[in-house]
Design a protein around this ligand. Structure first.
Ligand SMILES: NC(=O)c1ccc[n+]([C@@H]2O[C@H](COP(=O)([O-])OP(=O)(O)OC[C@H]3O[C@@H](n4cnc5c(N)ncnc54)[C@H](O)[C@@H]3O)[C@@H](O)[C@H]2O)c1
Length: 362
């Protein structure tokens, strides 16, 4: 009896080994079939190139982790940079300018439509220059970025005075926060003009010198509304989706031209407590918190210094592209569950008019 059991055990262990070999062989055959189909659909060289790209994945993942945990290892020096920030008179723009003063940027230029706010911010930045013992020069320019002529003229004047811009932050933005049927066409056009068309004109003014010197950085302040549609924000979402597409096209255009020294960063934040989205809310603030302006500005400046191509915050917004893989009705229900449908219900924004109109609607 013992002899029989021993024989059975030996048989089973031999079977296990055979099973392991069989499954390895099976996996290799599967991979070969996939590669063969891919080579048939593209070309054998195409498959080799793709495998080469995939091999670089660990390096880039490591860079993301290092940039996140030890940003100072990757952060570039900005002390020779001329930084231009649109919409720099207040909110996020002014906070980012303050960070660049502390980093001793050579020159900061703020463009905004609001002259009073520009002058106040200039004073605060100059005080910070003295306090931090840096040598940053501050320049302010009042211009309406919703018009191509005024934007291009302002940009050319600035370049003639301070020389080439090396970091451009397209930050100026507006929101009306009205349902599509209530949105006046004039405001919808204005939203597109400020939130995206202005990017065309500022980038066109500074990019030739960046390409020539193979040096520079273009930053697009988009929004999580550039990754997802939101009721009550149709024109704003359209402008921010356009900004995301614009940034990606420029990034790939630089790659196409071989300008690896011209960097881009696209920023997609959820609501920031600057007042622009006053009244907008998150259903699950622990999962999807409204961002503190200081925190958002620090993260953006850090992303610029680390040449990070895309910055999405907070973490939960990263789920958007993943949830998009699901069937559309499920995607819509998840948006509903997240509270996306009601996020703008109590929106007031900056203006009193917005407030009154919103009350009338509800
Ligand atoms: N606050 C948020 O919740 C939030 C969320 C995601 C993205 N963003 C984006 O971040 C950027 C900055 O937002 P913020 O919260 O600091 O808003 P903000 O209102 O404080 O700043 C916007 C600035 O743009 C200027 N501006 C508006 N129209 C202009 C024009 N025609 N010409 C020149 N300047 C003009 C304003 O005067 C203002 O100083 C915007 O692009 C916004 O869309 C904001």
């Amino acid at each position: 009896m013992n002899e029989i059991l021993k024989n059975i055990n030996e048989c089973l262990s031999t079977d296990n080994n055979i099973c392991a070999y069989e499954s390895t062989a099976y996996n290799i055959i599967n991979i070969m079939v996939v590669l063969y189909i891919l080579a048939f659909l593209t070309s054998p060289l195409g498959v080799i190139q793709l495998l080469f790209i995939i091999c670089k994945l660990p390096y880039h993942l490591l860079k993301v982790v290092v940039g996140w945990m030890l940003p100072s290892l990757l952060a570039k020096d900005v002390s020779n940079d001329t930084v231009l920030i649109t919409g720099g008179a207040g909110g996020l723009g002014a906070l980012m300018a303050m960070k660049f003063v502390k980093l001793d940027a050579k020159q900061i230029v703020l463009i905004d439509i609001n002259l009073n706010a520009l002058q106040e911010t200039k004073q605060k930045l100059e005080d910070a220059v003295i306090e931090n013992n840096t040598r940053t020069n501050i320049m302010i320019v009042q211009a309406d970025l919703s018009k191509e002529e005024t934007t291009t003229k302002a940009m050319n004047d600035i370049i003639s005075k301070v020389g080439n811009i090396t970091i451009l932050i397209n930050n100026a933005g507006i929101v009306t926060g009205k349902k599509i049927v209530d949105s006046p066409p004039k405001l919808m056009k204005l939203t597109m003009a400020v939130n995206i068309e202005a990017h065309f004109w500022t980038v066109k003014a500074i990019l030739p010198s960046m390409i020539e010197n193979n040096h520079g950085h273009i930053v697009t302040i988009a929004s999580s509304a550039g990754l997802l549609g939101v009721p009550g924000l149709a024109d704003y979402c359209a402008s921010k989706h356009a900004a995301v597409g614009f940034d990606e096209s420029i990034r790939l255009e630089m790659r196409h031209l071989g300008c690896d020294g011209v960097k881009t960063t696209c920023v997609n934040p959820f609501f920031i407590k600057t007042g622009m989205f006053e009244g907008a809310a998150s259903r699950y603030p622990r999962l999807l918190p409204l961002l503190e302006p200081e925190y958002a500005a620090s993260k953006i400046v850090r992303a610029i210094r680390c040449n990070q191509e895309v910055l999405i915050m907070p973490l939960a917004v990263h789920l958007t592209p993943i949830v998009r893989l699901l069937p559309v009705p499920i995607f819509d229900q998840i948006c509903d569950w997240f509270g996306v449908l009601e996020t703008m219900n109590d929106f007031k924004g900056r203006s009193e008019n917005n407030n009154d109109n919103n009350k009338k609607k509800r």
